[in-house]
Write a protein that binds this ligand. Structure first.
Ligand code: PMP
Length: 294
């Protein structure tokens, strides 16, 4: 495979030269923040929204990113061009930088910033037509008063523990509940259900206060639903709500809009992707043809 070009601390360098120190607190402690961003047809989906979320995550953890949003936008375009990619996935990481072996983040002078551009397929294509099997994990999502799930931090161990459980339990994704026992989200995706109410479909998804990462794709799908006159509610959900839902789907930058066909051994609806999921997936695909950057 050809060597990739990485944007690393302001310069484009070959992959082999993009090296992070063993004293970097991003590596030693997961101390840093990141974004996963996607490009379609040479345009970067919701680039500004992603960079604003990155800034908010950084602000929460008292990390000063040494570049402006405009500089990061230029960097994203540069790294896509350098890798000859018009469609692909970008990983932008900001670590606390090199410090001592102690925890003190104030001893780290310069954050390390790098951007990787690559191609991506998260789930096999057939899962978009047949749906995913997912399972509830016993690992709950981080308590918002510990590390807020709204911070997209480099410390994903909470989610990785749940992902291990999901895979061991035969699921492609794992549902994580919050500290109150309500559904929060999946290990790397947000979750939606469709409830038929008197013959009219309503979309329901956990609210930000449920302790979730407020996904860019989640918010985009809410907009698409509203444009299609589908009511959307952000309400606490239980596993019972998932089990009796007519449709369930997940959203994420990498996953896009993906149907769920089975939860904890129970078929969702008829067991095949439902009409609202397909409609929203279709609206999402159409929008990506002229992919909105803001
Ligand atoms: N929740 C978690 C925990 C995530 O890591 C992600 C991103 N992979 C999402 C939700 C989806 O967010 P977005 O749509 O912004 O990619």
């Amino acid at each position: 495979m050809a060597e990739k070009t990485i944007w690393f601390d302001g310069k484009l360098v070959p992959e082999g030269e993009a090296r992070v120190s063993v004293f970097d607190h991003g590596l030693l402690y997961g101390d840093g923040v990141f974004e996963g961003i996607r490009a379609y047809n040479g345009r970067v989906l919701k680039m500004r929204t992603h960079l604003e979320r990155l800034q908010q995550s950084a602000r929460h953890i008292q990390l000063q990113i040494p570049y402006t949003i405009e500089q990061l936008e230029d960097a994203i375009r540069e790294v896509l061009a350098a890798n000859d990619l018009t469609d692909g996935y970008l990983r932008l990481c900001v670590t606390r930088g090199v410090g001592t072996l102690g925890l003190n983040p104030y001893l780290c002078d310069n954050p390390t910033v790098f951007i990787i551009a690559d191609s991506i397929t998260l789930y096999p294509q057939e899962m978009y037509t047949s749906g995913l099997k997912i399972v509830t994990t016993s690992t709950i999502r981080n308590h918002p008063a510990a590390l807020s799930p709204r911070v997209k931090s480099l410390n994903y161990l909470n989610n990785i523990m749940a992902k291990i459980e999901a895979i061991e339990g035969g699921g492609a994704e794992g549902i994580m509940l919050n500290h109150m026992g309500y559904v929060a989200e999946c290990t790397g995706d947000n979750i939606f259900i469709v409830q038929q109410r008197h013959g009219w479909p309503t979309l329901v998804t956990p609210p930000a206060h449920a302790g979730i990462l407020e996904g860019v794709t989640r918010n985009l799908v809410i907009e698409l639903a509203q444009e299609a006159d589908l009511p959307v509610e952000e309400t606490d959900l239980t596993r019972h709500d998932l089990f009796i839902a007519d449709e369930v789907f997940l959203t994420g930058t990498a996953a896009e809009v993906i149907p769920v066909s089975n939860i904890d051994g129970r078929s969702v609806g008829s067991g095949t992707p439902g009409p609202i999921t397909l409609q929203l997936n279709d609206a999402f695909r159409k929008l990506m043809k002229h992919c909105p950057e803001n």
